[in-house]
Design a binder for this molecule. Structure first.
Ligand code: GSH
Length: 294
């Protein structure tokens, strides 16, 4: 039983990120497929999923296609009642549904003005009044969630749930544009973005090189605060410490250098995602630790 998840460019597609998190964070089996959001192939790539026309889209094991992230969330929660997608407490669950629905329907100023991008932090961005008012509303909703759940920090409803999934791209906008929120809410945003799973999503996104960066701002930027500047860099040849790829076990053909050591991978994508954020990948970390701690 495997789902097929159709997503767009990871650095920018906030809805794709939600779709991916709802499978990945709750350990549901899936294969992901890229849709060419910016390459001009989107309509053609989506044809087999018609009438779904936006990403993410989910194909269920029986072939049924679900467009719209909230419908995907509800479908997955119904099919996997023990996976904890919604909070177990009924009041918390109802409130979490409300927060997700309001996210899908609202915050148009924030979404329009601050397109999600996971590359860097824009310095000196000035939000409009309408965006400030969206942020106020988001903080009100988060405070309400915490008053219902009693969780004064961490996931909104105590245990990680779909509410945290739906607000992770909001956290990326708050951090990526330096938007004003309370210290506690900034800490919550940083916690969402520091999740190793979110770091992996971002690292995979960074493997794509854009001739023109979509949604560029005419502003100075600083490094993404979760990771900083990666200490790894790609190199053209070995020999590497390892003979086989940490991810596939296949012989290595692509290389990176990190802290004076050369490591090998079996394909450029896995090498590049590791260059982007070496700490995000448990299998690579375990391989390094096995060599360096012995
Ligand atoms: N309401 C949809 C929104 C999906 C959406 O807007 N996806 C964007 C990418 S983040 C998209 O497919 N854009 C392509 C387009 O508008 O042509 C959902 O909840 O899934």
């Amino acid at each position: 039983m495997t789902y097929d998840l159709y997503i767009g460019d990871r650095l920018f597609s906030s809805w794709s990120m939600r779709g991916w998190l709802m499978l990945e964070k709750f350990n549901l089996p899936y294969r992901s497929h890229m849709i060419g959001l910016y390459s001009g192939t989107m309509a053609q790539d989506m044809e087999p999923l018609a009438p779904a026309r936006l990403v993410p889209a989910l194909r269920m094991p029986d072939g049924t296609v679900v467009g719209e992230s909230l419908a995907m969330a509800e479908t997955l929660a119904e099919r996997h009642p023990d996976a904890g997608l919604w909070p177990s407490d009924a009041a918390a669950r109802a409130t979490a549904r409300w927060l997700c629905a309001e996210m899908v329907a609202g915050f148009s100023a924030l979404r329009g003005e601050c397109a999600m991008q996971l590359r860097n932090v824009w310095e000196g961005f000035t939000p409009s009044e309408a965006t400030l008012s969206d942020l106020e509303r988001i903080e009100t909703l988060w405070a309400h969630a915490r008053s219902v759940s009693g969780a004064d920090q961490g996931p909104l409803f105590g245990a990680y749930s779909l509410a945290d999934v739906f607000y992770t791209p909001v956290a990326a906008r708050i951090i990526g544009y330096g938007l004003p929120v309370s210290e506690a809410n900034r800490a919550y945003c940083m916690e969402l973005l520091s999740d190793p799973i979110v770091r992996q999503w971002r690292a995979m996104g960074l493997t794509v090189v854009y001739d023109t960066f979509p949604y560029a701002q005419d502003l100075p930027s600083s490094p993404w605060p979760v990771v900083g500047v990666s200490a790894a860099k790609p190199v053209s040849g070995g020999p590497s410490v390892n003979a086989v790829c940490p991810y596939s076990g296949k012989p290595v053909t692509e290389f990176l250098e990190l802290d004076g050591q050369c490591w090998g991978f079996c394909n450029p994508f896995c090498r590049n995602k590791t260059v982007a954020d070496p700490e995000a990948w448990p299998k690579f970390a375990a391989m390094r630790a096995a060599v360096n701690d012995s």
